[in-house]
Design a protein. Structure first.
Length: 350
């Protein structure tokens, strides 16, 4: 299976560095090790020694070098072996591992899998709200045994919340929902509106009267390869000029392999800031909604689909699948362009 190379892939939250100062994960079938240099900047190299292929995270950091825990070879941030522990022993030219462009942004580490010369920090999806000091954020992570595109389907068709998350987010306005999709470049927006309905339980703290009728709008912004931002807004009925509340959340899905993905999530709100009880409510919801509800459903779906792409099974499509289908087509186009570029020979310069 091909994965988009010329794009930023999140590897983890910055607070996930372990006691050694390491964060190691497999991203698109590539083992990655992230650590900080002595000046605090992050570095990312392949988590596999060039000698006997032992994971480098089993070793130690020595200054700015990573020393393999098996035979002691040391690698720098560019992936070059620069030290052999045996005095006078030569360092083979092939003793190097892949290095990756890495940036620390929005509370996470992101790597560029493709050509380092093409790495453009401007191509990072915008999650600036996650570091806004005027907002409260609660983050989490779960490894999910499903293809990353199934997880994105789940986010771009939010009608599932009525049934999978009904206790928390279900609405009696569901039969009246309205769905809309728009695309700007390679960014796709889906909108799901629950008109003139009671406030779902999860948003009750955001309004003064939990029985108040509102228009509830879910906006999902997708950026390639698999990064989603969910914004939930409550409005006065039929009045988009009077917003009652806004909740933003990051849903960053990174492929681990063909059939597993890393799901990073972070909820951000503009009310009840510095309120531990509100934080705990969100944390409880993340555990129930994602770990106990979404994860089992997605993993069961993957087992049912098996080793083929779900679209090859010719699924019945509903009107609310429009966003997910647009995302899949856009991603397929980007992947095809990358493959075609690799297959096109470069003209010789005379």
């Amino acid at each position: 299976m091909a994965f988009l190379q010329n794009a930023w892939h999140m590897v983890g939250w910055t607070n996930e560095l372990n006691d050694k100062g390491f964060l190691h994960r497999t991203i698109a079938n590539e083992p990655i090790l992230i650590y900080r240099l002595q000046d605090g900047t992050p570095a990312a190299i392949a988590d596999r020694c060039a000698h006997r292929f032992v994971p480098l995270h089993l070793g130690e950091q020595v200054g700015d070098l990573i020393q393999c825990g098996y035979h002691g070879l040391c690698f720098d941030k560019a992936g070059h072996c620069v030290k052999n522990p045996v005095d006078g022993a030569p360092i083979p030219k092939a003793a190097k591992v892949k290095a990756y462009p890495v940036v620390e942004r929005f509370g996470g580490f992101w790597i560029w899998l493709g050509d380092p010369a093409s790495a453009d920090e401007g191509a990072l999806p915008d999650y600036e709200f996650l570091t806004d000091p005027k907002r409260a954020t609660v983050q989490g992570y779960m490894l999910t045994k499903c293809n990353y595109q199934l997880a994105i389907d789940n986010l771009t068709d939010l009608t599932h919340i009525q049934f999978v998350h009904g206790e928390y987010q279900g609405s009696e306005a569901f039969p009246r929902i309205k769905n809309e999709v728009k695309q700007v470049g390679n960014t796709i927006y889906t909108y799901l509106t629950f008109p003139n309905g009671k406030v779902p339980m999860f948003y009750a703290n955001a309004v003064s009267d939990p029985n108040k009728l509102i228009d509830l709008v879910y906006e999902v912004r997708w950026d390639p390869p698999s990064n989603a931002k969910l914004t939930v807004r409550g409005y006065e009925v039929n009045d988009r000029e009077k917003m009652l509340f806004e909740i933003q959340s990051a849903h960053i899905v990174t492929a681990e392999s063909e059939f597993t993905c890393h799901y990073f999530f972070c909820n951000s709100r503009d009310y009840a800031v510095n309120d531990p009880e509100a934080d705990q409510k969100v944390r409880d919801w993340q555990r129930i909604g994602f770990v106990e509800q979404d994860k089992p459903m997605l993993e069961a779906q993957q087992r049912s689909v098996g080793s083929v792409d779900i679209m090859d099974l010719r699924p019945v499509l509903l009107g609310t699948d429009a966003g997910a289908i647009r995302v899949r087509r856009t991603l397929a186009g980007l992947l095809n362009n990358e493959i075609a570029a690799k297959e096109t020979p470069v003209s010789a310069t005379v």
